[in-house]
Every structure is written in structure tokens, then in C-alpha cells.
Design a protein around this ligand. Structure first.
Ligand code: NAP
Length: 279
């Protein structure tokens, strides 16, 4: 039997088992995907144990993404730049670390807007945390017209630009987004503002952003955030975070179980029913 798991601390919030077990069933695979809670002090021994037990690999979630890089024998280019992994594969006796979050965002955008070329866009990212960093890295490979990073802590935005090596990017305070001086085609919310249980303070005044055409929120619970609803009321096209969550899981599933799965409407429906249950 092929086995894989997501490890985190805590891990009960993780939706990875729902996604992977849906695909296991869909493809009739003799496999199992579980969630394992592991304290940071046990991270290394747990990873080595799972390798010895013949697991195909692991997904890594909060708070282990950075620490797990130290346990890997090899890192992909994105994992090396980001110094964070969300995927570990055991192959040829090697522990290989990868980061698929940002590519999940780009894939999701391309599926939702197949006629839009990211290279023609001026992009603004709200947030400079782990998710913002991986999205910025993946977007940079698409050569966008311009990237601006807006964050409460501006030093973190500066560090992101330096680390991801975005020469033409600029850092700003998050509140500056409302200063009526920015021309942005695609604005991305990569902060948790809007998440279920967190007040959506409607911090974006879309009317102040010149030329805005797309708003992407990587929050996936709720499916439609207040900001997305507001954007749509002003004829701005929107994308929620569910697509990113599902597309980032594709390379993991393929490495673990040897089949490249699809993000189908059936899977989306399955997840949305789950959102209904956890609200
Ligand atoms: P993180 O590393 O903790 O970074 C959080 C970022 O949000 C920081 O830039 C932080 O700013 C900013 N922030 C936090 N609270 C804020 C507030 N009240 N107002 C303005 N800015 C605020 O977290 P992360 O891993 O990047 O995750 C961020 C969000 O993305 C979470 O909601 C997570 O669930 C979601 N996410 C979604 C996907 C997906 O697949 N759809 C994948 C990964 C993450 P400071 O630096 O100033 O503190």
C-alpha cells in the first residue's frame, strides 16, 4: 500500500486528507493519506521514521515548513529560495523537499482566466508572509509588468523582495493601497484578513486603485470573502483561495501515488460541502 501524510502542529485543521483521500478513491488507488500531529522537537525523528516505514512522502504544514528544510538532503529551486517546504518526497533513499504553494496560485489563475497573460499585468500583493513569498516567486517566473508588495511590517516586504530577487518590485505599507496613487491590474490578498472567524475590515477601497481588473483572495474559508463580494459589485473579476489549495496538492499526489489528478467540479463540490460543515 502507498502511504503519505500531512504533518503539522496542530494539524486537525488541515484539509489535505480530504483532498488526497478524494483522489485516492476516485482513482481506485490502494493507498492511504493521514494527518499526523508532531511537536517541533520530534520533527526530525518523525520524518526519518516515516521514511523507514516506506511512506512515499509527506506534506508539511504550520509550523514546520522552514525547519523541515534542514532535514532534507536536497531542495528544489523554489524550496531553496523560500527556505520553506510544503512537500517532502522519499526517493532513492533521499529526502527531497519542494514548495508548490505559489505554483498552485499561478495554475489556479491560469485555469480561471485562460485568456490573460500574467506578463502583461501590474500586480499588487497584500502581505509578505509565507504564502505571499511563494506566490511572488512563482509570479516572478511569469515576468509580470510590475510587482508591488504591501505589508503592515514594511521591513518584511523589503526582505521578501530581496529574498525572492524581484529587482523591479517595490515595498509599501499596507494602508498605502488606498492612497489613490497605484495602478494595479491584479490585486492579491495574501493576508488572513477575511478568514472565517476574523473580522473582514474591508480594508481595500477598490475605487482608489487605478485600472484594477482582477482581485484574488487566497483565503478559502469562506469561499467568497467580503472583499471578493465588494470587488465583484464594482465589476472586478475575482478568484478565491480554493483553487490554489487544490492545485498546490496536484504535484504532491502525483509524487505520492503515481497518478496526476485533476481539479474537478466534483472535488470542488466535495470541499465546499466540507466548508459548510466546518463554518
Ligand atoms: P504568515 O506567514 O503568518 O503571514 C501573514 C501575513 O498577513 C503577514 O504579511 C502579516 O503581516 C499579514 N497580516 C496578518 N494579519 C493581518 C491583519 N490583521 N491586517 C493586515 N495584514 C495582516 O501566513 P501565511 O502562511 O502567509 O498565510 C496567510 C493566509 O493565506 C492565511 O489565511 C492562510 O490560510 C492563507 N493561505 C492560503 C493558501 C491557499 O492554498 N489558498 C495557502 C497558504 C496560505 P505582518 O508581516 O505585518 O505581520
Amino acid at each position: 500500500m502507498k502511504k503519505a501524510a500531512v504533518i503539522g502542529f496542530p494539524v486537525k485543521h488541515s484539509w489535505s486528507p480530504i483532498i488526497h483521500n478524494y483522489w485516492i478513491k476516485e482513482h481506485g488507488i490502494f493507498g492511504e493519506y493521514e494527518k499526523i500531529e508532531v511537536h517541533p522537537s520530534d520533527l526530525k525523528s518523525l520524518i526519518i521514521t516515516k521514511k523507514k516505514q516506506g511512506f512515499s512522502g509527506l506534506n508539511i504544514t504550520i509550523p514546520h515548513k522552514e525547519k523541515a528544510t534542514e532535514i532534507c538532503d536536497e531542495l528544489s529551486e523554489s524550496a531553496r529560495v523560500l527556505q520553506a517546504v510544503n512537500l517532502i518526497i522519499f526517493k532513492n533513499n533521499i529526502i527531497y523537499g519542494d514548495n508548490t504553494d505559489g505554483d498552485g496560485f499561478v495554475e489556479s489563475f491560469k485555469k480561471d482566466f485562460p485568456d490573460i497573460n500574467l506578463s502583461s499585468l501590474r500586480i499588487g500583493i497584500l502581505g509578505a508572509g509565507g504564502a505571499a513569498k511563494s506566490i511572488a516567486l512563482s509570479l516572478s517566473k511569469e515576468n509580470p509588468n510590475k510587482i508591488s508588495i504591501f505589508n503592515r511590517n514594511i521591513e518584511r516586504a523589503e526582505k521578501l523582495i530581496e529574498k525572492v530577487n524581484l529587482p523591479a518590485a517595490e515595498p509599501f505599507y499596507i494602508d498605502d493601497i488606498n492612497l489613490k496613487k497605484f495602478s494595479i491590474d491584479l490585486l492579491i490578498n495574501a493576508t488572513p484578513v477575511g478568514m472565517a472567524g476574523m473580522t473582514d475590515i474591508n480594508f481595500i477601497n477598490f475605487k482608489n486603485i487605478k485600472g484594477i481588473k482582477f482581485f484574488a483572495d487566497i483565503v478559502y474559508n469562506p469561499e467568497n470573502t467580503e472583499s471578493m463580494i465588494l470587488a465583484r459589485s464594482q465589476n472586478i473579476k475575482t478568484m478565491g483561495g480554493l483553487g490554489m489549495l487544490l492545485y498546490q496538492a496536484i504535484p504532491s499526489f502525483e509524487s505520492f501515488f503515481g497518478v496526476r489528478p485533476e481539479v474537478s467540479n466534483g472535488l470542488k463540490q466535495h470541499i465546499l460541502e466540507h466548508i459548510g460543515r466546518v463554518k
